[in-house]
Design a protein around this ligand. Structure first.
Ligand code: NAD
Length: 252
């Protein structure tokens, strides 16, 4: 039985992971960590409740993730995190922890999004380099960070494949911006309602365009991927991993 400690357990994704665990027979939730937990056994407001033998699944905030990463490294607990909006401090904290334990960070745990990334790589390798790349993402009104981590991932994938700077992003357009530069990836964030997650990559050429789009209808799809990642990190050595490692079965 794989023992999980869920960080952000009271949040939207935390509750979804708990539901997915209930339907799995090889996983159990030992501890739930949240800033405002229900006063009940099996809950804590302190990341110090994470113990050796736990696999940590974190969907919380960047600030919380830093403390989680330090605790995981200290007690030898592998870490799966889906928290987005990470800055240099969080990236460094994950890299530091990865020297001691397996750390898997993914801004999107959907296997469909992974397929979208691979389809985008194939499409970019096929269409002329002149074709423009634009990304439109849509999320629920409560989403804190913008653009989404997934939109940034898709944009950086495209920039890397085109040989452009990772900063070649254009976040929205307003006013007399003039003609669109060739080496630019437009990123547009739509917020509203209860949209779980929707990412479209548009490749626009001369007289034709192509759209690659993934729609997450239910958070359960993301929880499924996070649990696949939890099963993966249990048997992986220290290091930084992505969902590609899980799908390809690579532990190095
Ligand atoms: P949410 O706000 O519903 O839940 C976050 C939870 O974290 C809350 O219950 C909050 O109380 C808790 N929290 C905040 N600070 C904490 C701390 N210091 N210690 C313990 N708990 C703390 O948010 P959500 O929609 O569940 O998303 C959480 C994160 O996961 C966000 O960064 C979001 O963008 C990301 N996310 C990632 C994926 C993915 O597939 N990777 C999918 C959905 C959301």
């Amino acid at each position: 039985m794989i023992r999980l400690a869920l960080v952000g357990a009271a949040g939207r994704m935390g509750r979804e992971v708990e539901r997915a665990v209930a339907a799995a027979d090889d996983l159990e939730v030992r501890m739930r960590v949240d800033r405002a937990p229900a006063p009940a056994p099996g809950w804590s407001a302190d990341v110090g409740a994470i113990e050796r033998g736990d696999v940590v699944v974190d969907f919380s905030t960047p600030e919380s993730l830093r403390a989680v990463a330090v605790r995981c490294a200290a007690v030898g607990a592998p870490l799966v995190t889906g928290t987005t909006g990470l800055g240099p401090d969080e990236t460094r904290a994950l890299a530091d922890a990865a020297r001691a334990v397996a750390v898997l960070s993914a801004p999107n745990f959907s296997l469909g999004v992974l397929a979208l990334r691979r389809a985008l790589a194939a499409a970019l390798a096929t269409v002329p380099r002149r074709w423009d790349v634009e990304i439109v993402e849509r999320h629920h009104r409560m989403k804190a960070d913008s653009p989404s981590g997934t939109a940034l991932l898709l944009a950086r994938d495209a920039a890397a494949q085109r040989g452009w700077s990772p900063d070649a992003l254009r976040h929205g357009r307003e006013g007399r911006v003039g003609a669109r530069p060739a080496e630019e990836i437009g990123v547009h964030a739509v917020r509203g309602g209860t949209w779980v997650g929707d990412h479209a990559v548009l490749l626009a050429g001369e007289g034709e365009w192509l759209e690659l789009r993934h729609v997450a209808q239910e958070r359960g799809a993301l929880a499924y991927g996070a649990l696949a990642a939890a099963r993966f990190v249990v048997q992986a050595g220290p290091g930084l991993y992505t969902l590609d490692h899980v799908v390809d079965g690579r532990t190095t």
